[in-house]
Design a protein around this ligand. Structure first.
Ligand SMILES: Cc1cc2nc3c(=O)[nH]c(=O)nc-3n(C[C@H](O)[C@H](O)[C@H](O)COP(=O)(O)OP(=O)(O)OC[C@H]3O[C@@H](n4cnc5c(N)ncnc54)[C@H](O)[C@@H]3O)c2cc1C
Length: 374
């Protein structure tokens, strides 16, 4: 089977890339070593949060494009999936004034709606939250979340109606390269002129198959859903929570449960050995932080906990572009790929198909790093 592009990885990066290629009439085949709905890939494990809380205008711009992608997918289906425009409440310590001002400047110049709120106003609006005297709270209304367990299967379903071929549980046996790349796999032979690496934390291993190097940092981001035994409270209408000092974030799951996550743990092992459960240290810490944020709610461990991997570049900004002749890469979303990946896919596709280099492209172009040193 032949196509113009072979995309390796069927997470949000690979799928949105195939979507934008198809929109320009370019054929692609997406191959995944696993099942993206149940395997180790991060997309299905995400909290689905979309926020405009960034220190750079370029990323804020990407978030808007990604939201358009999700809206297009949903509008083209009969599905009732909705974006929960809950807003985001970020807690900043007063001593971190400098990074905070960078976030606020970027949001202001991108016309993102936000306001600073003091502890009294916080108490009045959200009596369940607690703020410590050395913290400032920033409320940004233009943030929200999707239920990823509904959205991601819908993206797969919508794309399968198009001329895109997806294959899962594909073992690549070997790759030949002359005029074309020729992939010999357990599911047949696939040829293409171009390859796009969209394998998330596994992209380094994939790059090795082409004798290319990607050296990024890998983190494990862990999450747990906690529920309250206090039946007089409802979490459903609360905003997304983000503690900038600890990196802990959360969002409502239901009236009595809240998801908490933390992506600060560096992962040193081979991503192929990754086991996706949260560790005890994380669970103890999250339990403590959750009860500090929601005093008097008796939050208890419950339902489920899990973890996934993400990668980060030297400057913590996304990376995309040409890795080698006819080999392209996109990734390194610093744990924020639901917000950033579809827009990065669009930038990459415009570049490789139309040779159209958008201004934003330069901020994320892989060429900004020395080769082999992302
Ligand atoms: C707990 C958690 C919460 C998160 N919450 C959020 C959030 O709220 N908002 C947000 O924006 N982001 C969030 N993220 C981050 C987001 O999920 C990721 O940034 C995003 O899913 C990355 O997408 P991807 O397509 O690059 O990688 P992945 O989704 O990891 O997909 C990579 C795919 O490549 C496949 N693969 C691996 N090796 C090969 C190979 N050799 N050949 C072919 N395929 C291969 C894998 O099986 C996988 O399906 C969260 C992540 C986690 C783990």
């Amino acid at each position: 089977m032949h196509s113009e592009y072979i995309i390796l990885g069927a997470g949000i990066s690979g799928l949105s890339t195939s979507y934008f290629l198809e929109k320009l009439g370019v054929s692609s085949i997406v191959l995944d070593v696993d099942n993206p709905l149940s395997g180790s890939g991060s997309t299905m494990k995400s909290a689905g949060i979309i926020s405009h809380f960034f220190p750079f205008n370029e990323e804020i711009n990407l978030v808007s494009t990604s939201l358009q992608f999700y809206e297009e997918i949903i509008n083209n289906s009969s599905s009732k999936i909705s974006y929960n425009n809950s807003g985001l409440l970020a807690f900043y310590e007063h001593s971190d004034h400098e990074p905070l001002s960078r976030f606020l400047d970027a949001m202001k110049s991108s016309n993102v709606d936000y306001s600073l709120i003091d502890s009294q106003e916080l108490q009045d609006r959200y009596p369940v939250f607690s703020i410590s005297p050395n913290e400032t709270a920033i409320l940004s209304n233009s943030s929200g979340y999707f239920d990823i367990e509904q959205l991601f299967p819908l993206i797969l379903k919508q794309l399968s109606h198009k001329q895109i071929k997806f294959l899962y549980n594909v073992q690549i046996i070997n790759i030949e390269h002359q005029e074309l790349f020729k992939f010999h796999t357990n599911q047949g032979t696939f040829t293409s002129k171009n390859v796009i690496i969209a394998g998330g934390a596994w992209s380094g291993q994939i790059a090795n198959m082409f004798n290319c190097k990607l050296n990024f940092d890998t983190y494990s981001t862990q999450a747990a859903i906690l529920s309250t035994s206090n039946s007089s409270v409802s979490f459903s209408s609360l905003p997304i929570l983000y503690k900038t000092k600890s990196g802990v974030y959360g969002r409502p799951i239901s009236s009595s449960s809240f998801l908490f996550g933390d992506g600060s743990k560096q992962y040193y092992n081979d991503p192929r050995d990754f086991k996706s459960h949260a560790d005890k240290k994380f669970l103890d810490n999250i339990f403590q932080q959750a009860n500090d944020s929601f005093p008097n709610q008796n939050l208890i461990h419950t339902q489920k906990n899990w973890s996934g991997l993400y990668t980060s570049s030297q400057d913590s900004r996304p990376v995309l572009g040409k890795l080698d002749e006819n080999i392209f890469f996109l990734g390194c979303y610093n744990g924020l790929g639901i917000m950033l990946a579809p827009a990065c896919s669009k930038l990459l596709v415009d570049y490789i198909v139309n040779n159209e280099i958008h201004n934003l492209f330069f901020s994320f172009d892989i060429q900004r790093f020395n080769k082999n040193n992302i």
